[in-house]
Design a protein around this ligand. Structure first.
Ligand SMILES: [Zn+2]
Length: 279
């Protein structure tokens, strides 16, 4: 028998382009190719580098609220187009396009549910819908959720994932939502009820400058971009180089803007402990 005879097996090299679509995702941070099922089981966090992928608002609620207890409120509320906005795309076109892409009616989901059997009111913005920006629907739904919590004497949890801030397609109507949501939170606070704000990547501009920035406790996910104006505009304005990691969760924790950084898979248990402590 020849020493180097024909092997009894065949080596098949699978090129990445031959892999079936929808099974794998490439990590945006470390470029590792991840099996989607593994990624789902790990709460959409890269097991190699801890990069937190974007979570849709329903997925987010699923990771935090006890199964089968979430009751959504105001789910059919939709935006009008008060300015009859026309740009490269009209506001109506943009709304239709994002509704189709996300199957959401607007950029926030609100409702009531249980966290380890403790009742809370929760609102979650969705960065996939016009960058999670706050127009009159987002503002109104969040305000109604906070008012419901005040009435029922429940804690409020708002999870922000909003790079867009106030939604300029609605002009002054969107800016008004900043004070409206904060006024509702002030009444909630007067009743000595807790409000926990959770900041995810990204939380910027009019969202951070209103309800997201005024939590009794402010939690962030690791490495989330959090701030008002983007770093490039700040650098151009102050004509100075910004420090490393500026506007990231870790930098903001060190400088006292946020209270804790919590990994996504530990978020539910951390909230549960905080609710025990605050009630
Ligand atoms: Zn990674």
């Amino acid at each position: 028998m020849a020493l180097f005879g024909k092997p009894k097996y065949t080596i098949v090299r699978v090129k990445k382009k031959d892999m079936p679509e929808g099974l794998w995702t490439k990590c945006e941070e470390c470029c590792e190719t991840l099996y989607n099922k593994t990624l789902e089981e790990n709460f959409k966090v890269c097991p190699k580098c801890n990069y937190h992928f974007v979570l849709g608002s329903y997925e987010r609620i699923h990771t935090i609220i006890d199964a089968g207890t979430f009751e959504e409120s105001d789910k059919d509320m939709i935006s009008v187009d008060p300015l009859d906005f026309k740009g490269p795309k009209t506001y109506k076109d943009k709304l239709n396009q994002d509704r189709e892409a996300t199957q959401l009616k607007d950029a926030v989901i609100t409702g009531e549910g249980l966290i380890n059997k403790k009742a809370v009111v929760i609102a979650v913005t969705d960065s996939r819908f016009i960058m999670g920006s706050m127009g009159s629907v987002v503002g109104e739904k969040i305000t109604r959720a906070i008012e419901a919590a005040t009435k029922k004497k429940l804690p409020v949890i708002i999870i922000s994932g909003s790079g867009g801030g106030a939604r300029m397609y609605e002009g002054i109507y969107s800016l008004m939502q900043m004070s409206k949501t904060c006024a509702a939170l002030a009444y909630h606070r007067k009743s000595k009820l807790p409000y926990i704000s959770i900041l995810t990547n990204p939380t910027m501009a009019g969202i951070m400058a209103s309800f997201a920035g005024v939590g009794d406790i402010i939690i962030a996910e690791p490495k989330a971009l959090i701030g008002f104006t983007g770093p490039r505009v700040i650098e151009q304005t102050i004509r100075q180089k910004l420090p490393h990691g500026f506007q990231r969760s870790e930098f903001l924790l060190e400088h006292g803007l946020i209270d804790m950084i919590v990994q996504r898979k530990e978020m539910k248990d951390s909230l549960s402990k905080l609710l025990d402590y605050l009630s």
